[in-house]
Design a protein around this ligand. Structure first.
Ligand SMILES: [Zn+2]
Ligand SMILES: [Zn+2]
Length: 177
């Protein structure tokens, strides 16, 4: 089963190129890029100036019917995500489903008033990508503080965890089916 990365709106191609091999390494699956960007505007909430993650996830699924049936599709976007019960989201995925999305909006140092840090952005993006893909592979949140499946609400929590799965999560992820 392979993984397809697909931009939602404008995403720096260099970022996708940088994260793809690391996502492939941690998930132990082939990763390819589908450069056909999906328009995020139908998901925009004009009052919040944010984008509804559930709507984007459904649009990504609708647009990805031509992908191999067992492929996972991960949407990468620069827009700020929300769902009605949360102020914002780093990402969202279908548990055991085909699709996930994550946003780089709050992964950039610039968002927190810092200077541009490309390496840090890539490291954070890899964690969020691997985390959301982990959900599509059926993994729930993990209490191991170093595990990529640890839930993160704040950027500090993203920085504290690793890019890899803990032994228990890895055993589930890589178990022969
Ligand atoms: Zn999660
Ligand atoms: Zn874990």
């Amino acid at each position: 089963m392979s993984i397809v990365l697909r931009p939602i709106g404008y995403v720096d191609a260099a970022l996708l190129d940088a994260i793809a091999p690391r996502v492939a390494r941690w998930c132990r699956r082939e990763v390819r890029l589908d450069p056909r960007a999906i328009d995020p505007e139908p998901a925009r909430d004009p009052k919040r100036h944010q984008y509804h993650a559930g709507v984007l996830l459904q649009n990504l699924l609708d647009e990805s019917n031509d992908a191999a049936t067992d492929a996972r599709v991960l949407g990468v976007t620069g827009v700020d995500l929300f769902i009605p019960i949360f102020t914002y989201l780093f990402g969202q995925a279908q548990l055991g489903g085909r699709a996930g999305i994550f946003s780089t909006h709050r992964l950039r140092e610039e968002f927190y008033g810092g200077g541009h840090d490309g390496d840090r952005l890539v490291a954070r993006a890899v964690k969020e990508a691997v985390h959301e893909l982990g959900h599509t592979f059926g993994l729930r949140h993990c209490i191991d503080p170093s595990c990529v499946m640890r839930s993160s609400t704040y950027i500090e929590e993203v920085d504290q965890k690793g890019e890899d799965f803990c032994l228990a999560c890895a055993a589930h992820l890589h178990a022969p089916t």
